[in-house]
Design a protein around this ligand. Sequence first.
Ligand code: SF4
Ligand code: ZN
Ligand code: ZN
Length: 330
Amino acid sequence: MKSGKEIRCSLCREPAVTRIAYAKLWLCKKHFIEFIEKRILETINRYRLAGRGQRILVAVSGGKDSITTLYMLHKASMEMGFKVIALHIDLGIGMYSKISRETVEHFCQSLRIPLITLDLKTLTGYSLPEFVHKTRRPPCSICGLLKRYLINVVAQEIKADAVALGHHLDDLLPYIFKNFILQNLFEISKLGPRTESENGLVGRIRPLYEVSEHEIALYAKLSNLPFVDEECPYAGKKNLDKQVKEFLNSLESLHPGIKISFARAVARNIHVYKALSTTKPLKKCMVCGAPSNDDICSFCKLTNRVAGKPLGAEVRLKIRDALSSLGLLE
Ligand code: SF4
Ligand code: ZN
Ligand code: ZN
């Protein structure tokens, strides 16, 4: 802020907490919170992310992005008449997973949001570090594969209309841009505000599509949302991703609003990228029935390698039991 004189909110003259350059506004705490909430609600409406009578499964890790997504969908659900169910996957990464799980459990209890907690070790016999040790593959690639599989099983079993993810503008744009540079244009179609359900793969929605990382961090802090501040010990940015992110941020500082314009332009053209698909329609895994590109899904292949047998069918049964005891099976 400028020295000497305190900067005031452009809307009410209270002391400002931040500047939204692309909107040419200084905002106080109250008006900043309102601004972000309005933007997220507009995203839900603009891209028709959720509607009356639907069931939305929210994947919650406990970090600021997923906690904000859950909180905002919970708020919107009461007005818009859809149901929100939270899903947390305990990956068994020491204290990080313990704190994450407790944070999500307390938060859901306080808002009375139904919560499904899956424990990777209980389901498969192995924690994420054990999967990593046995396969020697990059942790995030194993983790992504396991989470995608488990989230989809739950979404299918509870007949969710969509899975909500906490991806924001600064998660998505670098991937979109990188896929553009590498001309993986079809991949861009999976990075918009929503992807449709297809052949057993439940669609994804991203209510934070038009909000930046910095805005979410400030929103979560000023709204006193409980979230895990500490990063997963496996987190690490690949160089190209980091550089593309920095490049987009430097463009944004020179041309405020360019990131949102870019995101909206991509959203308008999703159908164009989708039409470039060269992949065959998804099959069903012969072991567990999950949607798959091959005869056997990646989860069954991975668990076969680690546990000596494909665990898809077994894990699905365990999940069904857990959902049934929570009264979430239809
Ligand atoms: Fe999983 Fe990697 Fe995220 Fe950790 S940083 S939760 S290993 S995807
Ligand atoms: Zn104000
Ligand atoms: Zn399978």
